[in-house]
Write a protein that binds this ligand. Structure first.
Ligand SMILES: C[S@@+](CC[C@H](N)C(=O)[O-])C[C@H]1O[C@@H](n2cnc3c(N)ncnc32)[C@H](O)[C@@H]1O
Length: 284
């Protein structure tokens, strides 16, 4: 599997917890050439997908509005942009648009992109009723989305990609030999309570982390090549035993740790039949 395009495509979303910082180094870690299909079950802002530009891919996420947006950009980029161009970007209008819900998919996508540009820190956070509740973050340039062709380029890149809104387990259970799967779950451990975890109505729990590790091992047993990013700490290490992770450092501007900003260690686990040869799934 090679990619269609030698150009790098800039992701169209701001996505806290996103992997833009890793995307630059990803080609050294992920080699899509020897695989038939690329699968990304926690696509979020898609930094890795847009860097790799696979020509046979599945992307998925549990965030319904995010996936409506990907599908609308894939199928109707110009219609989305036409609505977006007319949306006023002042503070008062932001709160009016934030409080609206649209039944149409194109309008929903335009609102999602608008909120993503203008919400504080580009955060996606909803309250218990599922209502988006991030305050206004200032008049950032929404026009970057059309002036820099971000939406039109993304639409072209997504042309052959299958897009789903689903829990990761339903995507991973259909993975097999020939698949390269990259999992970038919301981190449960180091980023606790900093507000950036609340991507959706439900926070990714420790139980979800365990479910993810088990599902990854099962997919690897079926022959898929799995790559998982996660927080660089002891409990995650235990969860993926006996895999020895690759440790990567990233600069953190949103660190929740009392020490504040700094360098944070993250782990990358490569799971395949070779790396789990001693693993007995039932002992986890
Ligand atoms: C760390 S972000 C992924 C960021 C992405 N790699 C990027 O570069 O932008 C984690 C994503 O997992 C999604 N998510 C949370 N729980 C999920 C679940 N149970 N199944 C699938 N996706 C989930 C969130 O909506 C969020 O978009």
């Amino acid at each position: 599997m090679t990619n269609n395009n030698d150009n790098i495509i800039q992701p169209f979303l701001r996505w806290p917890g996103g992997k833009r910082w890793l995307a630059k180094r990803i080609n050294k870690l992920i080699d899509i050439k020897n695989h038939l299909r690329y699968v990304e079950p926690f696509v979020g802002g898609g930094s890795i997908y847009f860097r790799l530009l696979p020509n046979n891919a599945i992307i998925s996420d549990i965030n319904k509005e995010l996936i409506i947006t990907y599908k609308a950009i894939k199928n109707n980029p110009i219609k989305v942009l036409n609505i977006l161009r007319k949306m006023p970007t002042g503070k008062e209008e932001y709160y009016e648009i934030r409080d609206k819900t649209y039944s149409g998919k194109i309008e929903t996508a335009a609102r999602f992109l608008y909120l993503n540009r203008l919400a504080f820190g580009g955060m996606y956070r909803v309250n218990k009723k599922g209502k988006f509740n991030v305050p206004y973050g200032g008049d950032r340039r929404v026009s970057i989305l059309w002036e820099n062709n971000l939406i039109v380029n993304a639409s072209k890149a997504l042309k052959n990609t299958k897009i789903y809104c689903n829990d990761f387990s339903n995507i991973l259970k259909n993975c097999q030999k020939g698949d390269l799967v990259y999992c970038d779950p919301a981190y449960t451990v180091t980023h606790n309570n900093n507000g950036f975890l609340r991507y959706n109505e439900n926070i990714f729990s420790w139980n979800d982390q365990k479910r993810l590790a088990n599902t990854c091992f099962e997919a690897a047993q079926k022959g898929a090549q799995i790559i998982v990013s996660n927080a660089g700490n002891e409990s995650i290490l235990k969860l993926y035993r006996p895999i020895t992770p690759i440790a990567v450092q990233r600069y953190s501007g949103v660190s929740c740790q009392t020490k504040g900003r700094g360098s944070v260690k993250e782990y990358i686990f490569v799971i395949n039949k070779k790396t789990i040869h001693k693993k007995v799934i039932s002992d986890r």
